[in-house]
Design a protein around this ligand. Structure first.
Ligand code: ZN
Length: 274
């Protein structure tokens, strides 16, 4: 499943290719994604609009449009966005096509169809924030040791589940939560109310470092994610604990262990992570 770095890479790749382009028309497949296509809103707010910018919020890709509307994509499990010449043959699972004024087509392909697309008018965005309730971005100032310490007060939840909770912080999915806790020498099961400010400082610092590295390397390719230009990322070669059970810890040599925490595969070094 694409996580924050993959989505960020898509946004960074997509931006220069679509900004200032006009969307001439939208075409839909006869299948539906996680939700039905918002056809009426597409015709009203998207067709004929110019793309002003591409932004990421959590794992959503936001296209800001003229008319102050916003089109939002979620890649779900297998969603991909690509730019093609409009005469490039369509591939199976291309569910949405946006013809641009330079003869290119932006296509949304999704094999498993857990992805979604939504359109919000200016009024809707003003009246109902689709991101209300989401925690801060990992790179924002708000995501700090002080914030986490306060948020964790009185909670006995394991730190890994806490970090994967979107209400605490967005975008730290399973892979990056595992890697962050290894880098921060913190056991995934540690109850959050037992962590000190120093522990949280390490967690904040390491999570940013790991996410930044993953973005720089083009995202991770644990699932069948590809970036906008169709290239695969290489981050999986760099993973320190994720998927490495039985292999030796890169720090102390002890075998990495695997357990299941809140239904998710959890990897850790029993020596380095206390
Ligand atoms: Zn170790």
């Amino acid at each position: 499943m694409p996580e924050l770095p993959e989505v960020e890479v898509v946004c960074q790749g997509l931006g220069p290719l679509v900004c200032k382009r006009k969307i001439i028309s939208v075409s839909f497949s006869n299948k539906r994604l996680r939700k039905p296509f918002p056809r009426a809103k597409m015709y009203r707010h998207v067709e004929g609009a110019f793309i002003l910018g591409v932004e990421r919020r959590a794992k959503y890709i936001l296209l800001r449009l003229t008319g102050k509307a916003t089109m939002l994509f979620h890649l779900g499990m297998t969603g991909k966005i690509g730019i093609f010449d409009c005469d490039t043959p369509r591939r199976k699972h291309d569910h949405l096509r946006f013809l641009l004024d330079n003869g290119k087509e932006m296509r949304f392909n999704d094999v498993r169809r857990f992805g979604c697309v939504e359109v919000y008018s200016e009024k809707e965005l003003r009246e109902h924030d689709p991101f209300a309730g989401l925690g801060p971005e990992p790179f924002s100032e708000e995501f700090s040791a002080e914030y986490l310490l306060e948020k964790a007060r009185g909670k006995r939840q394991p730190v890994k589940s806490f970090l994967m909770d979107n209400r605490v912080v967005v975008g730290l999915g399973n892979i990056y939560a595992n890697e962050t806790l290894f880098a921060a020498c913190t056991h995934p099961q540690a109850p959050v109310n037992r962590l000190s400010k120093l522990d949280w400082q390490r967690i904040v610092k390491k999570s940013r470092l790991i996410l930044k590295k993953a973005i720089a390397m083009g995202g991770s390719t644990i699932s069948d994610y590809e970036n906008v230009s169709g290239e695969a990322g290489y981050f999986q070669l760099e993973l320190a604990v994720y998927g490495r059970q039985g292999q030796s810890c890169k720090r102390c040599g002890q075998p990495i262990e695997r357990s299941v925490l809140a239904g998710r595969a959890t990897f850790f070094c029993p020596v380095c992570q206390k």
